[in-house]
Design a protein. Structure first.
Length: 507
């Protein structure tokens, strides 16, 4: 077998490798040294690294380490987080997702939930480290074709690693600005995948910021900051990861500057028709990073569209009857002239599934935000494209960073650039300080409802707990104060039982 063909096979099975040497055992007759491998990479970086990097990026939509109906992949796992807040209602469910909505058995060390996130994001880190371990030192000022390819692959691996560690820190430690800065973080692993102790939170966040900044600079160096594809990693994706990390750690100017870089190359937002009828599946305009459905990478009836499209025939969140709604209290705060309100039902509405003929009633406040039409007649609605990052998120992050940097006038202007596109009657805010912050928070909740687990992570940053007692349509009237209940414990069965270096568990 030729080496490049063997590499493709290796890439497909890459999550099973235990070391870089094993990963790159190219020749069955002999074992290459690390120097040998890096020399091969220098000569043929695309043949060697392209399939590995493609496999790494595809992991964001791949199956989790616990592939179940309710934990299929990254997007579905974020749905589980969205259910642990104030703004999403599990309006109808016989069984699935109820424990998440009721916030039962989701953060304790023996819970399968804590294993899913830990295993998923450390898999991303493992694969990224394997790639970085075989990338040779090169003269980064020599922008030959081969060197540019090497720098692109390096930047991609660094960006994904920063993304993975960010999510781990969001989940497994308190918010950085709410006391988490001086606590333990998560292990920083290397290509050997050997057990490591918990690094400090500061050490992990320093790594995240360094990885994402280095990735952005490398993409800029090779003129790869923006690519037309919405499914690959480019500089705008890496900058979006940087925005998230900088916002979390209170690096306001860094967040603003990174956001400006992103916004400059995504000047166009979805219009009303696109926003209210596409089901958030358009890989164009404001979409920065997403996934494009193919017949080989779909996740079926329990995909994110399967859970979130109530009109999907066969989908768990469609004809199987597990339906989502917006909290009445948030719905009532959306202006009547704001077209985002159209993504939620204003009254009870009948619907008939065309294939089965089943007739159902979708009740007031049910979500249609992700009710995408079919790609084609032969493809069910639960198989669709997904958006992971939109520029709307980055605009709102910029507004928040400006506000928190005491640049209220700039924050007012930034907020206006988004909300005025959603609501033609919106008047630029004249609020300042805490009142302006409340307005930014409100529009972030409206704009990003149901996406990316944002409410869960934002509530941690803003020190907001769950209180559903005054909601007209929440069926589980939980009160959970901000604090430890929003920080997961480190998993017992997949980490603590095998890592003697970790001696301190989260409360």
């Amino acid at each position: 077998m030729k080496k490049n063909k063997l590499f493709i096979a290796i890439a497909a099975l890459s999550i099973s490798f235990s070391s870089c040497q094993k990963l790159l055992d190219l020749d069955p007759e002999s074992r290459l040294t690390q120097d040998d491998i890096q020399e091969v990479v220098k000569r043929n970086p695309d043949k060697i690294l392209e399939p590995l990097v493609t496999a790494l990026v595809s992991q964001v939509n791949d199956y989790t380490n616990i592939n179940s109906v309710d934990s299929k992949n990254y997007s579905v796992n974020n749905l589980l987080l969205s259910l642990k807040g104030n703004d999403m209602v599990l309006a109808a469910s016989a069984s699935w997702l109820k424990a998440d909505y009721e916030m039962r058995a989701y953060r304790e060390e023996a819970s399968p939930r804590v294993q899913i996130y830990w295993g998923t994001f450390y898999r991303y880190i493992y694969l990224a480290n394997q790639i970085l371990n075989v990338i040779p030192e090169i003269n980064e000022d020599d922008l030959s074709s081969a060197n540019k390819s090497i720098l692109r692959y390096k930047a991609t691996a660094l960006a994904i690693r920063s993304f993975a560690y960010t999510n781990l820190m969001w989940l497994y430690q308190d918010d950085y600005l709410m006391g988490g800065q001086n606590k333990l973080g998560v292990p920083i692993t290397d290509a050997s995948a050997a057990a490591k102790p918990r690094a400090t939170a500061q050490e992990v966040w320093d790594l995240v910021l360094n990885d994402s900044e280095t990735a952005v600079n490398l993409f800029k160096k090779i003129n790869g900051f923006y690519t037309a594809s919405r499914t690959d990693i480019d500089g705008s994706v890496a900058s979006s990861f940087l925005v998230r990390a900088a916002l979390t750690t209170g690096n306001w100017d860094k967040a603003i500057n990174a956001a400006n870089d992103v916004i400059a190359v995504y000047p166009e937002l979805f219009n009303e028709v696109e926003y209210t009828t596409s089901g958030m599946t358009l890989l164009s305009k404001e979409t920065i990073f997403g996934y494009e459905y193919t017949s080989t990478n779909g996740k079926g009836t329990s995909s994110f569209p399967g859970w979130m499209n109530p009109k999907s025939e066969g989908g768990y969140g469609g004809s199987q009857g597990h339906w989502m709604a917006i909290d009445q209290r948030l719905y009532d705060q959306i202006a009547a002239s704001d077209y985002r309100k159209k993504n939620f039902l204003s009254e009870n509405t009948g619907f008939k599934y065309p294939t089965s003929g089943a007739e159902v009633t979708f009740e007031k406040y049910y979500s249609l935000k992700f009710a995408a039409p079919k790609i084609s007649a032969a493809i069910p609605e639960y198989n669709h494209n997904e958006i992971f990052i939109r520029v709307s998120e980055i605009i709102l992050a910029k507004a928040e960073a400006q506000l928190r940097a005491n640049k209220d006038s700039d924050a007012q202007n930034t907020l206006f650039t988004l909300v005025s596109k959603r609501d033609p009657n919106y008047v630029k805010s004249n609020q300042t300080g805490a009142n302006l912050f409340d307005e930014i928070k409100l529009h972030r909740r409206i704009e990003l409802w149901g996406e990316g687990g944002h409410e869960f992570f934002d509530n941690k940053r803003w020190n907001i707990g769950v209180n559903r007692t005054s909601s007209a349509n929440h069926t589980e009237k939980l009160v959970v104060p901000a604090g430890k209940d929003f920080t997961l414990q480190i998993p017992l069965n997949t980490e603590l039982n095998f890592n003697d270096y970790i001696q301190e568990q989260n409360p």
